[in-house]
Write a protein that binds this ligand. Structure first.
Ligand code: NAD
Length: 248
C-alpha cells in the first residue's frame, strides 16, 4: 500500500456489501477515513465495525437523506474529499413484465441516488476547491443485456450525467468519473445453482470479477494518480465489451 488516500474523508454508498465494501476496505488500507452508507443498517453496522469505518443509514433514493448525510460528514470530519456513489438496485425482468415499482426503484436508486450524491458533494467540493466523485455505472450501460432495459438505461444515464458534471466542475478543481464494472460476484448475482460457472465462461478472461478487482479501479480514479483524469468512464470487465471470442 502507498497511502494514496492518507487522511482523506471518503463516503461510499452501498458500502455494506459487494463493491462498496471492497472499496471501503481498500480506501482504509490506503489511509482514508471512510463513512459507509447503506439502506441495510444491520449489515452496515457489522461491516463498519469489522473494517474500521463509520456507518450511517441512508436511502440514497431520498434527496433529503443524502443532503443531510453530506452535511453531517462535513460537520463531523471537516471536509469531504471523495464521494463514491455506488449503491445500486437491479431487477432482471422482461420489459413487458417490468412493474412500475421496479422501474421507480431502479430510477430512484441508480439515477436519483447518483444525482443527489453528486450534487450534494459538488456543493461542498466546489467551496473547498478540490474533491473527487466516482460514480458506479455498469458495462450494461454501453453494452445492454436482455431483460435489463431499465437497469441498463439508468447506468447509461449515470455515465452521461457524470461526464456533463465533470465538464462543469473541472474549472473548480473537482473531478468526476465513472467506473463501469462487468460481471462481479456480489449480492447482485442471482442465487441460482451453477450460475457462477456460467458467468465465468461468459468472460473473455475466463472468470467473473471479485469486487476487489473493481475497487482497484475506483481507488485509481479517486487518487492523485488520476489527477488529470476527469469525465472518463473506466470499463473494468475482463474484455466482455471488447467483443466475443471466435467460435470454432
Ligand atoms: P450488492 O448488492 O452486493 O451491493 C449493493 C448495495 O447497495 C447493498 O449493500 C444494498 O443494500 C445497497 N443499496 C441498495 N439500495 C440502496 C438504497 N436505496 N440506499 C442505500 N443503499 C442501497 O451489489 P454490487 O454488485 O456490489 O453493486 C454495487 C454497484 O455495482 C451497483 O451500482 C451495481 O449496479 C454495480 N454493478 C454491479 C455489477 C455486478 O455484476 N455485481 C455489474 C455492474 C455494475
Amino acid at each position: 500500500m502507498r497511502n494514496r488516500m492518507q487522511d482523506k474523508v471518503v463516503i461510499v454508498t452501498g458500502g455494506s456489501s459487494g463493491l462498496g465494501r471492497a472499496t471501503a476496505e481498500l480506501m482504509i488500507a490506503e489511509g482514508a477515513r471512510v463513512v459507509i452508507v447503506d439502506i441495510d443498517s444491520q449489515k452496515g453496522n457489522g461491516v463498519a465495525a469489522e473494517i474500521g469505518a463509520e456507518f450511517i443509514r441512508v436511502d440514497v433514493g431520498q434527496r433529503s437523506e443524502v443532503d443531510k448525510l453530506v452535511d453531517d460528514v462535513v460537520t463531523r470530519f471537516g471536509s469531504l474529499d471523495v464521494m463514491c456513489n455506488n449503491a445500486g438496485a437491479i431487477a432482471m425482468v422482461p420489459l413487458v413484465d417490468t412493474t412500475d415499482a421496479e422501474f421507480d426503484r431502479m430510477v430512484a436508486v441508480n439515477l436519483g441516488g447518483v444525482f443527489y450524491g453528486t450534487r450534494a458533494a459538488a456543493r461542498v467540493m466546489t467551496k473547498q476547491g478540490h474533491g473527487v466523485i466516482v460514480n458506479t455505472a455498469s458495462n450494461g450501460g454501453s453494452s445492454p443485456s436482455e431483460g435489463m432495459a431499465v437497469y441498463c438505461g439508468t447506468k447509461a444515464a449515470v455515465v452521461a450525467m457524470s461526464k456533463s458534471s465533470a465538464i462543469e466542475l473541472a474549472p473548480k478543481g473537482v473531478r468526476v468519473n465513472t467506473i463501469s464494472p462487468g460481471t462481479m460476484l456480489t449480492g447482485m448475482v442471482p442465487d441460482v445453482e451453477g450460475i457462477v460457472d456460467v458467468l465465468d465462461k461468459l468472460q473473455p478472461v475466463g472468470y467473473a470479477a471479485q469486487p476487489s478487482e473493481m475497487a482497484a479501479g475506483i481507488l485509481y480514479l479517486a487518487s492523485d494518480d488520476a489527477a488529470y483524469v476527469t469525465g472518463h468512464d473506466l470499463v473494468v470487465d475482463g474484455g466482455a465489451t471488447a467483443g466475443r471470442a471466435a467460435v470454432g
